[in-house]
Design a protein around this ligand. Structure first.
Ligand SMILES: [Zn+2]
Ligand SMILES: [Zn+2]
Length: 297
């Protein structure tokens, strides 16, 4: 399986246009320890010929432009994009669908709740309805016409995005992780860009994965409130923090497969290559995903 990290920052990217936090100031100034990052998405392929995306960020145009494997064949509008899988209805994961609206050669795959929430409450998404198929949680779905990759969405404790808060305070289909399995090799990728906490089922998915991309939005529970008093906590925003005795790093350190933090918020100290938090992550055997990174499983 081939994997390309299209974007590794959380919503807003690095630097975020309206943010003057220390990381954003340094990234804007071109500090080599904090290279710029786009919003979160992953591209996956079996043989490298047909590709699918997990989530479509508002930066998808720039991300595809930088990735020749997903360029159209000269003289045509054919490009090897098969499916776009959504893990939830967050705008940093779904707005890219609108950027990719011309022609819709690809299929959109999500839970019925995510599809209906976006289609029925946001008129602009309606043009995507014909391409949008709903899958049940834990139901396998083929991502490409050759059956090289299979995806399964599995539920994780999450949060309904604030633009849909009037619909429900939460719903089992609102937040998922995705397991992608290559049919030929059985190799497994897990992508989990948002979870309020990792329950035992989520840990079982991560433990069985050959490669796991995990929500690295915040390092500490009060990361935003330290910069902006009164800001919500990491858990209130639907993201389990990395650090501390109950943080995700302590247990990720014990896993066998390749492990990477992604969906990293611009305030997170692990974005600074020289920070003690980054050193702690790397000392635990966990990587910080970067835009343009390519992996082969
Ligand atoms: Zn910032
Ligand atoms: Zn997000």
């Amino acid at each position: 399986m081939k994997i390309r990290v299209l974007g590794s920052a959380a919503g807003g990217g690095l630097p975020q246009w309206n943010c003057g936090c220390p990381n954003c100031v340094r990234a804007r100034a071109g500090d080599p320890a904090l290279p710029p990052r786009t919003q979160p998405s992953l591209a996956v392929s079996g043989g490298g010929r047909r590709w699918s995306l997990v989530n479509a960020s508002p930066d998808v145009r720039q991300q595809l432009a930088a990735f020749p494997a997903l360029h159209p064949r000269p003289g045509t509008r054919d490009l090897p994009l098969e499916s776009v899988v959504l893990t939830n209805a967050d705008l940093d994961h779904a707005l890219g669908l609108l950027v990719l609206r011309e022609a819709l050669p690809h299929r959109i795959v999500s839970t019925a709740w995510v599809r209906d929430a976006l289609l029925q409450h946001n008129a602009v998404f309606n043009m995507l309805a014909p391409a949008w198929g709903a899958v049940k949680l834990d139901e396998p779905v083929r991502l490409d016409r050759d059956g090289e990759l299979e995806a399964r969405l599995f539920p994780v404790p999450g949060k309904v995005p604030s633009h849909l808060a009037e619909l429900a305070s939460n719903h089992p289909e609102a937040t998922a992780g995705v397991r992608v399995t290559e049919a030929r090799s059985g190799r497994r990728l897990v992508y989990l860009p948002g979870a309020r906490r990792l329950d035992e089922a989520a840990w079982a998915e991560l433990e069985a994965a050959d490669c796991a991309f995990v929500d690295g939005t915040f390092f500490t529970e009060d990361e935003l409130a330290r910069l902006r008093p009164g800001a919500p906590s990491a858990t209130q925003m639907g993201h389990a923090p990395i650090g501390g005795p109950d943080g995700t790093l302590a247990r990720l350190a014990r896993l066998r497969g390749r492990r990477l933090y992604t969906h990293v918020n611009n305030t997170n100290p692990i974005l600074d290559a020289r920070s003690p938090e980054r050193r702690a992550v790397e000392a635990a055997g966990v990587e910080v995903a970067a835009d343009g990174m390519e992996l082969e499983l």
